[in-house]
Design a protein around this ligand. Sequence first.
Ligand SMILES: [Zn+2]
Ligand SMILES: [Zn+2]
Length: 161
Amino acid sequence: MGYFDFAQICLNGHVVNDSAGTYPQYNENFCTECGAETITKCPSCNTHIRGDYHSDAVVIIGGSRYKLPKFCHNCGQPYPWTKMKIEAAQELASEINELTDDERELLAKSIDEIIKDTPKTTVAATRFKKLLAKVGAPIAESFREILVDIISETAKKSIWG
Ligand SMILES: [Zn+2]
Ligand SMILES: [Zn+2]
């Protein structure tokens, strides 16, 4: 039988240590990538952030497959980095001059939906892609950079192929 370790992640979403319980020697109080504070527990419910899965039976070749979690598995609240990236993308959306007010609002709203995997994701992703086509490659690329770690796989495929 295996078990989940807990992870240490900075507030901006850099995974500092995906096995913070087993290998505490790799822990950092502050992120060496960006200087932000690191956390090991959900700020909303104080439950450990789920880390890497340790198993006696399976050896994963090529290192960890740990994926940055977006929402807390215990309380469902978005983690600080998820909130921050959504906010950054929405800020970017509000600054695009090529779009009308309605389109900017629609773009900002779509961001909430393409983060999650829900029945609405595909619709939101299609809308998002259409709007991105109007704003040009540099801005579209900025959205990709902000959202790449937190966007749903379904949406990622339909927007960026
Ligand atoms: Zn960081
Ligand atoms: Zn929580």
